[in-house]
Write a protein of this length. Structure first.
Lengths: 671, 298
């Protein structure tokens, strides 16, 4: 039996759902909840307008078929499944591909300054893993522009009153209450293991507070900072995912980490140069003569090796990222043919990404955002000189396991409380923190889409869940919340006080640098079991040393040092899930590549990796588990639903291979 | 080797010949490239130190803790102010060897697109991520870092810019859509109009224009250039224009457009080169029209 009122608790308080994270996924979830008349508490580590979604550059996929190429959601679905090497459950992918044109239209209505065709329609460009023009874009800062659009819509709900069943405003209550500069610490679970709120810390006053929510949605992004330097923002430590994983949430496909082929090396960050550079005609090359020290512009065409075009004539520079990154890695590491530097006298781990053959005005209209980044950070004019780039950790396909419910058509059943539900009842996950849409390798420009689509699905799911509740979390004994609050406070004081007098104390930032180096070396593009064994040993050693961390800041307010210790402890937990998952999976699939097991092994490994926290320092991998959603028991296995696109070997050397099922042929399109 | 030195000579010659002809911008980029090469050739930092002078304060309400601290941190290739501050985290000691708490600052994306890490570096408000050490201190000069002065101080280099987000509510910086359900495509827009709107939309709420604006301050009501630019941005959109007057009225009263002192500092410091002065002029014209019309209708 559902509760009497979905607006107020029995005690008369306004019932809310908590959304943690204010990137695209979190904001879209919040908007959908508000439209379903569910008030939201939005908790974010940073002002939501500064979330990591701003870093997305190239665009968002939608098969609008503006160019009359015969693109359709069916083709989009197939290419996404194929690009992901058939590890994604296909009903959610189908739902996403079908919703995509509507999503881009919605963003257009919100005022996103998408680039236009001469007729005033949305322009689309090409991206990796497809031959179709499917990517809508706003210059080369599309993520920023989409984030701003959703941020503005959420701001409207910040000034909108909560109304009761009769449409009467409830004084002092707004649809969205924002808590910015708050750090998620843990979920609050009641005695039955249902999530009824969360603990977060105000990063200014350092106050630890229990938030009561009928459901909690984690939209906390990726975990690239586990790898030290990556293309991710400094906030993407994966701490929230690691926290709820340790509270019992299942983590799926952790070993699938996308390495983006083209980034600018840097001391603090590896800055992304979007795939859109290649989508607009950029070409990747190295000199044929590995000791060629000439200025790249002086090297004639016939003396250049356009490696991707040579290796993959069908898709050329627009092969999916796992393939492009491996090809560049092979060229630089194994063949030692990276760009030669006369200064160091060796071949650097860099290749040219060349746009100098394109008209400057064209480039300014379509790519200014990324070319400006290159100019500012690398100090060279990319309009006139080929850029020098190398692969960098970019995206986590894996994440918290989430459920879905398929409809009769094999698409996603909108409004089912199972969609985006984690294995902890009442806890949802959406965006990069979930594992749902990208299988073993994400296609470019599908992440903005999956974040927004995920939010459009997750909002209604959490609202349905709330309607199914017998009573609000607000009507539970306060002792549950007080206990959780106390535990978090004790843990925070442990971090502040531990090892303060210790002579051999460790520095958290230095440990993090060591973790990052080890993860980058042994757990990215190429993975070897002996190296992974050693890596797991290193992680264990770092965990041990983490116990000796002395917090270098003991201030009572704005203590970033203590916050970082907490994040590092959680990063170590995720590092183990990633590395152990990689160690176990003896095959090569998408971003996970083992030279000793170079082919995909569907018989043994066409399955989702499901990791459960067992104890500190140990991960349990399961083939199946049970959880309850909205009171209904659900049995989950690691089987992958590939009912819509039959798995086949990926062959990007052949044009049209990724869309052969939908088009009924291997077409010979020119690129 | 012979080949490469010849090429270098050739390049230097061509470079010298061109330098006169090309824009100052490109000269700058070239110089930066030379620095970059130097940086790469240099050993990874054990001998070279970066000298920072940082303004610190433990909390906004503790002015007695206001102080300068100096740090000398190991140099890294392609180093920016962020990575210099990160070096302090790894070994938080001042130049004189005193153990201190690491410096507190705000950062997210590190590629100058989120607006977080704005601080005053060598007297100029800018993002710390794009402030490259090789350009600020090619010869090891001291780099001075202070928090922005126009916002309440939180700690060290961290300030509270919440007022900017509040002012975005004031000026109704959004499009009033009917909902997120499927309602078909948005209004058509010419490429020309998109090219006008897009640069305005790149404002990352970083606060540089406010730090530089003589009229903006904690006790002054002026909303500042960034907010006025947003009025122009939303009024330029076909659906946004339907609420043009409401938006104009938000900047017609106290703290609105007439508070602009026309110093034009804002456009000098905007890291995204947003035409803020044009935006202020354009909104000013529109508010004047609106005002006159208001009188006529009275």
């Amino acid at each position: 039996m559902a509760a009497k009122s979905t607006t107020r608790s029995e005690g008369g308080k306004v019932r809310r759902v908590i959304v943690v994270g204010g990137g695209l996924a979190g904001l879209m979830t919040a908007i959908k909840l508000c439209e379903a008349k569910v008030p939201v508490d939005l908790i974010s580590l940073v002002p939501v307008k500064r979330s990591h979604s701003v870093c997305a550059q190239g665009g968002i996929n939608a098969s609008v078929n503006t160019k009359g190429e015969g693109d359709s959601p069916q083709v989009h679905l197939e290419e996404t499944a194929y690009g992901g090497d058939f590890l994604a459950n296909q009903p959610p992918v189908k739902g996403m591909a079908e919703a995509a044109p509507g999503i881009v239209n919605m963003l257009d209505r919100m005022g996103v300054p998408f680039n236009r065709t001469p007729e005033g329609l949305l322009d689309f460009r090409r991206f990796g893993g497809t031959l179709y023009h499917r990517t809508a874009f706003a210059g080369a800062t599309t993520g920023q522009q989409l984030l701003y659009a959703l941020d503005e819509q959420v701001r409207r709900f910040e000034v909108a009153d909560v109304t009761d069943e009769h449409g009467v405003s409830i004084p002092g209550e707004k649809m969205v209450r924002k808590f910015e500069f708050w750090d998620f610490i843990s979920a609050i679970l009641d005695d039955s293991g249902t999530c009824v709120g969360c603990i977060a810390q105000d990063l200014k006053s350092m106050q630890i507070k229990a938030f009561t929510g009928d459901a909690v949605v984690l939209a906390t992004g990726g975990c690239g900072i586990v790898f030290g330097r990556s293309t991710l923002s400094v906030i993407c430590t994966g701490t929230a995912a690691a926290a709820v994983y340790q509270q019992g949430a299942v983590y799926a496909n952790g070993e699938f980490i996308q390495v983006h082929p083209t980034a600018i090396p840097g001391a603090d960050k590896l800055r992304l140069i979007s795939e859109s550079a290649r989508g607009e005609g950029g070409r990747v090359w190295v000199p044929k003569d590995k000791s060629d020290a000439r200025d790249p512009k002086e090297i004639p065409e016939r003396e250049r090796d356009y490696l991707l075009e040579r290796m993959y004539p069908g898709y050329g520079n627009l092969v999916p990222r796992d393939i492009a990154a491996r090809a560049i890695f092979k060229t630089c590491f194994h063949e030692d043919r990276g760009v030669f530097s006369p200064q160091t006298g060796k071949n650097e781990h860099e290749v040219y990404l060349d746009l100098t053959h394109k008209d400057e005005k064209f480039l300014r209209a379509k790519l200014a955002g990324i070319l400006e980044i290159y100019e500012k950070f690398a100090g060279t004019d990319p309009y006139k000189n080929p850029m020098r780039v190398f692969p960098a950790v970019h995206y986590s396909m894996g994440g918290l396991w989430v459920d879905y419910e398929a409809d009769a058509r094999g698409s996603l059943k909108m409004g089912s409380p199972r969609n985006h539900a984690t294995s902890i009842p009442g806890l949802y996950a959406v965006g990069e923190v979930d594992y749902q849409y990208h299988g073993a390798n994400r296609l470019g420009a599908n992440s903005l889409l999956s974040c927004i689509y995920g939010g459009m699905v997750c909002g209604p799911a959490a609202a349905s869940y709330q309607r199914s509740m017998r009573k609000s979390a607000l009507d539970l004994p306060r002792s549950i919340f007080e206990k959780a609050e106390r535990r978090a406070e004790e843990d925070y004081h442990r971090i502040l006080k531990q090892n303060q007098d210790r002579a051999d104390a460790e520095n958290a930032y230095r440990l993090h640098a060591e973790l990052g180096e080890a993860m980058l070396r042994d757990c990215t593009i190429e993975r070897h079991n002996d190296a992974l064994d050693k890596l797991l040993g290193t992680i264990a050693e770092l965990e041990d040393r983490a116990g000796r961390i002395k917090c270098t800041d003991t201030a009572a307010r704005v203590n970033q040092g203590a916050q970082f210790v907490r994040h590092l402890e959680n990063m170590l937990v995720l590092a183990r899930v990633i590395a152990q998952g990689a160690r176990n999976r003896d095959e090569s699939r998408g971003a996970h590549f083992k030279p000793d097991f170079p082919v995909r092994n569907d018989a043994a490994w066409a399955r989702t990796t499901l990791a459960r926290h067992e104890a500190k320092g140990s991960v349990k991998f399961v083939r199946e588990f049970d959880y309850a959603c909205a009171g209904q028991p659900v049995h989950v296995t690691d089987a992958v639903d590939t009912s819509l696109v039959a798995p086949r070997e990926r062959r990007y050397e052949q044009a049209g291979a990724a869309s052969a099922q939908a088009t009924g042929k291997l077409e010979q399109k020119s690129t | 080797m012979a080949k490469s030195s010849e090429d270098q000579k050739g390049r230097a010659k061509a470079g010298a010949a061109k330098a006169d002809a090309v824009k100052a911008e490109i000269v700058k980029a070239r110089a930066a490239k030379a620095e970059d090469v130097e940086a790469k050739a240099a050993p990874t930092g054990t001998d070279r130190l970066v000298h920072l002078r940082i303004r610190r304060q433990d909390a906004g309400d503790r002015p007695e803790t206001k102080r300068w601290e100096e740090f000398k941190v190991p140099y890294l290739p392609r180093m920016n102010v962020i990575s210099a501050l990160q070096q302090i985290q790894r070994d938080p000691r001042t130049a004189s060897g005193k153990e201190v708490a690491p410096v507190v600052w705000e950062a997210v994306c590190l590629e100058e697109v989120c607006g977080s890490c704005t601080m005053v570096i060598n007297g100029r408000a800018r993002q710390a991520c794009s402030a490259l050490v090789d350009r600020l201190a090619p010869k090891g000069e001291v780099i001075t870092i202070e928090p922005m002065s126009k916002f309440p101080l939180v700690r060290d280099l961290l300030v509270d810019r919440v007022r900017m987000f509040e002012d975005m509510k004031r000026v109704r910086a959004w499009i009033d859509i009917d909902g997120t359900h499927e309602l078909g495509p948005g209004p058509r827009e010419s490429p020309e109009s998109q090219e006008e709107r897009y640069p305005l939309s790149r404002c990352m709420t970083c606060g540089c224009c406010l730090e530089a604006c003589p009229q903006y301050g904690e006790s002054a009501p002026f909303v500042g250039p960034f907010a006025i630019n947003l009025v122009r941005l939303y009024n330029a959109h076909p659906s946004g224009a339907m609420h043009k007057n409401e938006r104009l009225e938000t900047v017609m009263g106290e703290g609105g457009i007439t508070d602009c002192g026309k110093s034009q500092n804002c456009i000098e410091v905007c890291p995204k080169e947003i035409p803020l002065v044009d935006s202020i002029a354009s909104v000013s014209r529109d508010t004047t029209k609106r005002l006159l019309l208001g009188w006529l209708l009275k």
